[in-house]
Design a protein around this ligand. Sequence first.
Ligand SMILES: Nc1nc2c(ncn2[C@@H]2O[C@H](COP(=O)(O)OP(=O)(O)OP(=O)(O)O)[C@@H](O)[C@H]2O)c(=O)[nH]1
Ligand SMILES: [Mg+2]
Length: 213
Amino acid sequence: MKKGKSLEDGAKLEIIFVGRSNVGKSSFIRDFTGKKKVRVGKRPGVTLIPHHIRYSDMLITDMPGFGFMSGVHDSKQNIVKDTIIEYIEDNSDRINMAVMIVDGATFLDLVERWNARNEIPIDIEMFDFLREMGIDTVVAVNKIDKINPDELEMTLDGIADCLGMMPPWRQWLDTIAPITVKKGDTKALRGLIRKRLHDAKRDDLFKYIPNSK
Ligand SMILES: Nc1nc2c(ncn2[C@@H]2O[C@H](COP(=O)(O)OP(=O)(O)OP(=O)(O)O)[C@@H](O)[C@H]2O)c(=O)[nH]1
Ligand SMILES: [Mg+2]
């Protein structure tokens, strides 16, 4: 039996977390679940297979990080990308929502680098893929603590623009949530998740995702 299969049995609703390696996916899941078993690492590539946490009939899934991983070959990176895409295709019926986390401090530089190579940045590809699959996808811009406060609005506008949301980013408060997991500042993202649970008539699940710690 596949590892973690029992956790998936009977799950009716699922929230998946996707994003490049090292953006803070596991850190955020640990922040709101308080589960120490979610591994967080200084080294990218800590999470290599989907990890599940189960609350009632809700599944929270921490996906492996895509993109750069130190000491990991390109072929393995493609395996990670294929694993994610296959997982989403196989489970799209029960996936209500995806949270794509990006590192706010490096996102725009990365996009610029990919564009210079005439390649579509993997974050943008993944965001478009999720939406094409009909999955309600929100963007959490993490590590706001690493952005110069004077440049914050401009950075968020730039990120929104890259993902096809016309700036100012504040027009998209139902989709974009700036957070700093490290400082426990995750209210905006918790709010977006709770809103989706409410829309799905699942206020009973609010207790697992409180407004604050
Ligand atoms: N400065 C800063 N660092 C953060 C923040 N959130 C997480 N980190 C750090 O980022 C690093 C990576 O965090 P993880 O949660 O392991 O990242 P991940 O996205 O799960 O990474 P993979 O499992 O490789 O995909 C850790 O060293 C965290 O402490 C934040 O808000 N600010
Ligand atoms: Mg992780």
